[in-house]
Design a protein around this ligand. Sequence first.
Ligand SMILES: Nc1ncnc2c1ncn2[C@@H]1O[C@H](COP(=O)(O)OP(=O)(O)OP(=O)(O)O)[C@@H](O)[C@H]1O
Ligand SMILES: [Mg+2]
Length: 427
Amino acid sequence: MSDRIDGLRDALEASPGNTTIRLILAEALRDGGEAAEAISHYEILLAAGGLTPVDAVAVAHFSLDHGRLDVARGCLESARERGEIDGITEADARLAAAMAAITRTGPAVESDAPGDPFDHLAAGQLGPGSVPAAELLREESVRFADVGGLEDLKKVLHRLIVMPYVRPDLYAKYGRRAGGGVMLYGPPGCGKTLIARAIAGECGLPFFPIRIEDVVSEYFGASERNLADIFEQARANAPCVVFIDEMDAIAYKRHRAGGDSARRLTNVLLQQLDGVGSDTTDMLVVGASNAPWDVDSALSRPGRFERRVFVPPPDDDARRAIVETLLHGIHADASGATALAARTDFYSGADLRAVVDRAAEYAIEHALDTGDDQPIGTSELLGAAAEVRPTTLDWLRRARDFLEFADSDEWDDVRTFLKKRPIRKRL
Ligand SMILES: Nc1ncnc2c1ncn2[C@@H]1O[C@H](COP(=O)(O)OP(=O)(O)OP(=O)(O)O)[C@@H](O)[C@H]1O
Ligand SMILES: [Mg+2]
């Protein structure tokens, strides 16, 4: 049995896009009692559209058997979208019961909480994506120390959000109250999500991410309901840090003029945010966006996302820290981190990951050719860096073009950054 699984694993490694092999492997793993690994393959198949509706319902049941409610929910949504009915009601009921069980054992759900946050599940109106229910209850473990470099940024966030939460007494004494969200913005892959998690970690709170795919649905009125439901769940799990990723997509500026469902979605978000301020429950709200200029300006009013914080491409120290983390635990010579950091201005954390991956491929090739399995060294890292283009430049160029015509001082952090680290000669 395990020979067969190993063979399938090898075949899949040689051809990762082959959904048939992946499906066969997932089934073999399932039958062989390797549920977690099987489910991880089912997840990939689901995302790639490689599960038939009938399979999806079966996988939903299997995922429920093993506590993976997020996967079950995604499978059911996919099956429903494609018209499957057999077995769906039963799976929905199981999912709703499992989710209700989680909330009951979770942190204090107030008895007078308005309505049951999982009503929509029982009624079979699942939104797309996955509810991060299992993640809710865990305190976030990422801390500021895990975010490399960016010392000024960490200091600002510590003052803006962490201290008001940790020492409300001190702030009250001077007539300052906590509240109001922060929006992190900047080029992709530079640590917005990581920093949001670290904020939760520093406050000793669980992290509650809201992703666009959890919210937006093609069905009439469903997106607004999803968003309200998700906030309801967050409230039931307070205190927590609610993280709204891709704010520009949820609250796109021009939506408000349109009078369509997207405008209603922005309005729901505004209502929910205004509710946060008046709530007795502790919810810290952190947003993130790669296109902050597209975010509806109503969101930046007091009590909402009044503070916008630029998360720049990592500086030298940050890049070294990122590379050190990436090299940790793999066969590599750690001294390469400093050399690589010095040569990768404007590379994002995600770009650096691509560089290290490429360098690992070189080392593997070399080992296969010569039988000599040397650690990844500076030369592999620098060679790989020459092949990976930094992705933050496109963003910075777009920002520069936008700022040329923007007369507000809202984006001064970006202006200052561009002045200090001009990009013109690189483009
Ligand atoms: N300063 C940093 N220190 C350590 N790791 C970092 C840092 N910046 C980025 N990374 C790493 O780079 C990767 C991308 O970071 P992250 O997902 O937080 O970026 P993001 O700004 O949220 O990107 P996106 O806009 O695409 O959502 C992650 O693996 C993260 O751990
Ligand atoms: Mg992110």
